[in-house]
Design a protein around this ligand. Structure first.
Ligand code: PFF
Length: 448
């Protein structure tokens, strides 16, 4: 089977694909609003520390499990297990991660569908189709089903083309487009009235809040979600990385890009809110905090674009295109996790497996749409608050406690002969063995 497996053809292909998975709605929507609600730069500071000190080592752990295993998450975890008990546990953790990725996609594609609908709206408005514009921007079951379906079909299309022709090729196309859109929008928004107040709110830290437990919990949760940890996605992407690649620097590149894009998105979103305020849009909730969540993206920002006149049509289109692209590069990684498992475990053709799993995920999305008030928040909490931290913690435990140290070193040495004598090898194994699992457990228990 291994000779027929896909692989990333280039180092940059992997970096863009993994960064594509990492950079998503979490960066452009989640990070800025969490920062705004948690003391601005105090949150940014804590996020940077946790992203590099906890999420990066955990990312490394998942990546190396996959590169060593050269197989789907379940098989890769089983390969480093020796006892029957460990192998059973490997199945639970690997399969749990795959399930988590599939469930994540079921709600993520609903939100991405909103982004697609809001991308289409400036076009219908420009041609005077006001009824269509209203339908596109109002919550309705029909709109949600149709756009979730469109988004799922796009994801299925890319994944059905395989690793090189699907994931790698599309990440190479979409990621530069994403960065270009983000930079242009940020530069434009920063020239508008009111943007400076937004910059102050974002960049001047409220240091007194730095060690608030809630801030730390939010920052770690955000870092885990943003680096796509605890879903088996990084394991499967790691399994497509060539043996001569240096995993330490690859992981560092992906973490840096992810953190940089989140920071940049903050420079766009928070000043944009204050620009909206300068134009008379209400940006504060009744309790005095900045509006966040869907109100921010689906009400405050569209009101800002409307107030900009004809240029607002282009800005709105560019902004929601950016959100749609970011969603797509993330959702393809979510779908790859169950597809790769099904292809390898049941020896099914990739095309068939992608369509079957894509349909099952779409059916779950429909179930959520029809029971929105009960299921939407529940599935988000189940996957992001419980699934990701628990599975991420177990992956660290596998690397730290189950995997034989000499075999682990051997895997790291492939692509980095000198690693044994570097600072990384002196610190990282202890990090994954003790610090990461303990910190994740503490944060997880606190969040309950
Ligand atoms: N990292 C993505 C984001 O920040 O939006 C979300 C994500 C993608 C989470 C893939 C988990 C995953 F497996």
């Amino acid at each position: 089977m291994s000779s027929t497996r896909g692989k990333f053809n280039s180092r940059i292909g992997f970096i863009l694909a993994a960064a594509g998975s990492a950079v998503g709605l979490g960066n452009i929507w989640g990070f800025p609003t969490q920062a705004a609600g948690n003391g601005g730069a105090a949150f940014v500071l804590m996020y940077l520390v946790l992203a590099f000190c906890l999420a990066y080592p955990a990312f490394m752990a998942e990546l190396i499990i996959g590169r060593h295993g050269q197989a789907n998450a379940v098989e890769s975890l089983r390969k480093i297990s020796t006892t029957a008990m460990q192998k059973r546990f490997a199945f639970i953790v690997g399969f749990g991660g795959i399930l988590c990725a599939a469930l994540l996609m079921s709600f993520y594609s609903i939100v991405a569908g909103w982004m697609l609908a809001f991308t289409a709206e400036p076009i219908t408005t420009a041609v005077g189709a006001n009824a269509a514009s209203d339908w596109l921007t109002s919550q309705s079951t029909s709109r949600n089903i149709i756009f979730t379906l469109v988004f799922t079909v796009l994801t299925v299309y890319i994944i059905s083309r395989g690793v090189e022709n699907g994931i790698e090729r599309w990440s190479k196309r979409l990621m530069p487009a994403l960065v270009a859109l983000l930079v242009s929008l940020t530069v434009y928004v920063l020239t508008l009235d009111g943007a400076t107040d937004g910059l102050k709110a974002y960049l001047i830290p409220d240091i007194s809040r730095l060690f608030e437990p809630d801030l730390i919990v939010s920052a770690l949760g955000q870092a885990f979600f943003s680096l796509s940890l605890g879903t088996s996605v990084i394991i499967i992407y790691g399994s497509y990385v060539a043996r001569n690649e240096n995993l330490v620097s690859l992981s560092a590149s992906v973490t840096l890009i992810d953190v940089f894009i989140a920071f940049l998105a903050g420079l766009l979103i928070i000043p944009a809110m204050y620009v909206a305020a300068a134009q008379g849009v209400e940006i504060f909730s009744a309790d005095g905090s900045l509006k966040s969540g869907d109100t921010l993206v689906l009400t405050v920002l569209p009101a800002l674009f409307d107030g900009m006149g004809s240029i607002g049509v282009f800005v709105g289109f560019a902004f929601f295109s950016l959100m749609s692209i970011a969603s797509l590069t993330s959702s393809i990684s979510m779908l790859e996790a169950p597809v790769s498992y099904t292809v390898e475990r049941f020896n099914i053709e990739r095309n068939k497996a992608t369509i079957v799993i894509g349909s099952l995920i779409f059916a779950t999305s429909c179930l959520i749409i029809f029971n929105f008030s009960t299921l939407f928040g529940f599935v988000i909490a189940l996957t992001t608050q419980y699934g990701q931290p628990i599975i991420g913690m177990f992956c660290c435990i596998f690397v730290g406690w189950v995997w034989h140290r000499s075999s682990l070193l051997e895997e790291l040495k492939a692509g980095n002969e000198q690693i044994e004598h570097q600072l990384f090898w002196k610190i990282w194994p202890w990090y994954t063995k003790l610090v990461c699992p303990t910190a994740i457990a503490i944060v997880f228990i606190h969040s309950l």
